[in-house]
Design a protein around this ligand. Sequence first.
Ligand SMILES: NC(=O)c1ccc[n+]([C@@H]2O[C@H](COP(=O)([O-])OP(=O)(O)OC[C@H]3O[C@@H](n4cnc5c(N)ncnc54)[C@H](OP(=O)(O)O)[C@@H]3O)[C@@H](O)[C@H]2O)c1
Length: 341
Amino acid sequence: MTIATSTQVVLASRPTGRPTVDNFRIEQAALPATPPNGVLLRVLYLSLDPYMRGRMDARKSYAPAVEIDQKMTGEAVAEVVESRHPDYRVGELVLAPTGWCDYAVIDATGLRKVDPALSSPSARLGVLGMPGFTAYSGLMLIGQPKAGDTVVVAAASGPVGSLVGQLAQMAGARAIGIAGGADKCRYVKDELGFDAAIDHRAPDMADQLAAACPGGIDVYFENVGGKIWQAVLPLLNRFARVPVCGLIAQYSGADENVDDRLSVTMRQILTKSLLVRGFINYEFADEHYPEFLRVISDGIRAGRILHKEDVVEGLEKAPEAFLGMLEGKNFGKVVVRVATA
Ligand SMILES: NC(=O)c1ccc[n+]([C@@H]2O[C@H](COP(=O)([O-])OP(=O)(O)OC[C@H]3O[C@@H](n4cnc5c(N)ncnc54)[C@H](OP(=O)(O)O)[C@@H]3O)[C@@H](O)[C@H]2O)c1
C-alpha cells in the first residue's frame, strides 16, 4: 500500500511556564519510501505521557529535546501496513516510537510486538507498557514494600500510581493514594481498594495525610514533588525508601507556596538514613520486562489488578488532551485513538 503523507503534531514554539495549544501545530508531512529493514505503520493508539512536557523545553535532560517544527515524540500501538523487515508481517501490531502522527515510516529493528491475545492493544501503552513497568520496577526494585509497611503514592488514579498502590497491597502493605478531586479519590479507594485516598486540593491535605499514616511512611513513591513531597517528608520513617519517579507538579515551574529548600530535604535524608533513588524505567528493562508482563497480565486476568483508560478520539485532540493531563483533567491512562483496527 502507498501512503504519501502523514498528519502530524509538531512543536511550534517552546512554552514559558505552562504550555498552551499554541505551542503545537498540526500539519501534513511527506512520508519517505520504506527503507530496507523498515516498516510503514498506521497508528491506532498514541500514548500521551507527562515526560513529553520535558521534551518541549530546550534544557538538558536524560533525553534530547524536541526541536522546533519537529514532530512531538511519543509511543504508539500501530499496525504494520508495509514491511521490508523479515520479522514483521503486514497486519501485525507493534509498539513503536512513531511520535504524534497517523502514519510513520521507521526502522523496525528492536520493535516489540503487541499480542492482542494478551491484552487490549491500548493497555500496552498503560498498565502493560512503559507506565506499568515504571510502577513495577520502581516499587519492587527500589521501594521494596514489605508486609505491614505504609506506602504512599500521588497521581494515584493514573497508570503509574494506580499500579503502585495495587502492587503495594499485594505485598501486604497499606496503600495510601493522593489524587485530585472527589471522583478520583473515590475510584482509588472504592474501586482500586487502596486503604485511604486523600484529595491534594483539600486545604488540610498534610493533616489528612498524617492522620492516614499513624505509623509514618515506609515507602513514598515520588510521582509529583511540590507540596506533596513537603507534606510527606516529616512523616518518613527511619530507613524509608523513596523511589523518585517523577515531579509533575514542577514540570512547568516551581510552586511559590512550597518550601523546597534542598537543605530541609537533605537533613531528613541524613538523619533518617533515607535511601533516595531516582530512576528511569528503561534501566531495568533488560532484566525485568518479561517478568513484569507475566506478573501484571496474570493479575489483570485474575481480576486482582484493575486499570482505567481515558481514550481521546482523534489525533487533532492530542495537544488539548496532553495539556489537560498535566493539570489532572485526565482520569486514567491517556491514549489517543488515531484509527481503528
Ligand atoms: N521515571 C520514569 O521512568 C517515569 C516513567 C513514567 C512516568 N513517570 C512519572 O510518573 C508520574 C505519573 O505519570 P503517569 O503517566 O501515571 O501520569 P497520569 O497520572 O496519567 O497523569 C498525570 C497526573 O498527575 C497529577 N498531577 C498533575 N499536577 C499535579 C500537582 N500539581 N499536584 C499533584 N498531582 C498532580 C494529575 O492527577 P491528579 O488529578 O490526581 O492530581 C494528573 O492526572 C509523572 O510524574 C511522570 O513524569 C516517570
